[in-house]
Design a protein around this ligand. Structure first.
Ligand SMILES: Cc1cc2nc3c(=O)[nH]c(=O)nc-3n(C[C@H](O)[C@H](O)[C@H](O)COP(=O)(O)OP(=O)(O)OC[C@H]3O[C@@H](n4cnc5c(N)ncnc54)[C@H](O)[C@@H]3O)c2cc1C
Length: 447
């Protein structure tokens, strides 16, 4: 067998494109994948449809990653959305734009994305070795990097690209190995947190009663305090990364308007997932509570006026019937139960205090967060290889010559919407190119 020049560890989004690009530039590349085939996680992205990227403008795109998004300037400058879409188009994967700027293959089939990447790699001569789990990396004083497989086989190469992903959905192969491998050669690993993950409520019985209820057009706000300490604040716009209001006043953690869902253990749905990473971090330092504003279009006063109007129009209506006008059916009983208002009270007998309690309940329904679901259940891993130890223009390790890192193993994570995959593709492309150029500069291309 020819001498391997570049070893790519991990055949996901970043690894497949990195391997293909390095081989396209003439390097002999072997890709080691621990699963029986590459691209297992890609196959389940976007519910099997693969949300490849997003049409957001660059500034907005970067802000979806929070402060660490700055690191991506270099990679996006070299290979961004237009280049990615062109890459797939040339390989027969046409795409279309959907709500929120999400870009999907027209076929709605993630397998087309994986096939295009695998044929790109193989077509350029990459040897893909499935069932090859890497358990160690070591750089010798001769500048050669050895890679040890679980089978005890040792391979060596002049350059290694680490694209092992995060620690989420371990059944797809991304089980956090890359963090150990990078730590083993001296890299700092920033604490890992689940991102894009549902939240577990302490009020389990409420969650169970409302399981399956999707709430649209509501405002969800997370606070770094227990629920009795939630301050009375009027929140007029979203807070959180990608919103333009990154630093809310304490104790607000994030606030989002949109859709959420009750599950048997707590809450999920789009806006919950978006704020989950910030909540996971906040839970380290303090209790976290959430407040749901079920009627964000109305102020407390406006809601009170509306209730008075409705009470006057239907004075005989009792509490459950009143709630039925305001809430999904499945929430009526449990909300009546926690309202403190007698069930049989008719609208005409509501006291001012009863009405105020109802307004409070609808505008400020509070819960305490017990925890997030674990990292394995998160869509993305936040934290990872410290970015200041990686050259943002080339993805080269600043600590280990010949080592490159790309994709989710880096301390990069973004909102849903195709941002995470674009980051994996862009950093992977740049790493593949830089590793191939590294061979040129060290004069090992011809060996
Ligand atoms: C359910 C779900 C849906 C998602 N949907 C979207 C979406 O639609 N759009 C989006 O932008 N993002 C989405 N994401 C996030 C996105 O999938 C990841 O951010 C992206 O796949 C990261 O790419 P990667 O190449 O860094 O890692 P991965 O794609 O995770 O690939 C890492 C590869 O390395 C291999 N590996 C790990 N350890 C070893 C080892 N020791 N030796 C050899 N090989 C190893 C793994 O088996 C795996 O194949 C989703 C994530 C999940 C879980």
């Amino acid at each position: 067998m020819d001498q391997i020049q570049i070893i790519v560890i991990g055949g996901g989004a970043a690894g497949l494109i990195a391997a293909g690009r390095a081989a396209e530039l003439g390097a002999s590349v072997t890709l080691l994948e621990r699963m029986d085939a590459p691209g297992k996680k890609l196959l389940i992205t976007g519910k099997g449809r693969c949300n490849i990227t997003n049409t957001a403008l660059l500034k907005e795109f970067l802000s979806a990653f929070g402060p660490n998004g700055r690191f991506l300037h270099g990679a996006f400058h070299r290979f961004f959305r237009d280049e990615l879409l062109d890459f797939f188009r040339r390989r027969g994967v046409e795409t279309e734009n959907e709500r929120g700027g999400r870009v999907f293959p027209v076929s709605d089939n993630a397998a087309d994305v994986v096939n295009a990447l695998v044929s790109y790699a193989k077509g350029n001569g990459v040897e893909i070795r499935p069932n090859s789990r890497v358990v160690g990396i070591e750089r010798g004083c001769d500048g050669i990097i050895s890679v040890q497989l679980e089978s005890c086989e040792i391979l060596s190469a002049k350059a290694v690209i680490l694209t092992t992903g995060g620690a989420s959905y371990p059944a797809t192969g991304s089980a956090g190995d890359g963090f150990k491998l990078a730590r083993g050669v001296g890299h700092k690993i920033n604490p890992l947190y689940p991102a894009l993950v549902p939240l577990v409520l302490k009020e389990t019985s409420f969650a169970i009663a409302c399981q399956g209820v999707a709430l649209k057009n509501i405002r969800l706000t997370a606070f770094a305090c227990d629920k009795v300490s939630i301050p009375e604040v009027t929140i007029e716009h979203d807070y959180g990364r990608g919103t333009g209001y990154e630093k809310p006043a304490k104790p607000i953690i994030e606030s989002r308007f949109g859709e959420m869902l009750f599950t048997h253990f707590g809450i999920g749905g789009p806006i919950t997932l978006l704020m989950s990473q910030a909540v996971a971090r906040a839970l380290d330092a303090s209790p976290v509570s959430i407040s749901i504003d079920l009627k964000p279009a109305l102020s407390n006063k406006e809601l009170d006026t509306r209730l008075q109007r409705e009470f006057a129009a239907s004075p005989k209506r009792q509490l459950p019937a009143i709630l039925r006008e305001l809430l999904p059916e499945k929430m009526v009983e449990v909300m009546a139960g926690i309202s403190g208002i007698p069930l049989g009270r008719t609208a005409s007998n509501f006291t001012i205090e009863n009405r105020r309690s109802l307004v409070r309940l609808l505008k400020n329904l509070t819960f305490e967060i017990k925890c997030t679901l674990p990292l394995g259940a998160a869509m993305v891993t936040a934290g990872g290889v410290e970015l200041t130890e990686v050259d943002p223009k080339t993805m080269a390790s600043k600590l280990v010559p010949g080592l490159y890192l790309a994709g989710e193993v880096l301390d990069l994570d973004a909102d849903t919407g195709g941002y995470n995959l674009q980051a994996a593709f862009s950093t992977g492309w740049v790493a593949g190119e830089a590793a191939a150029n590294f061979l040129e500069t060290t004069g090992t291309r011809e060996s």
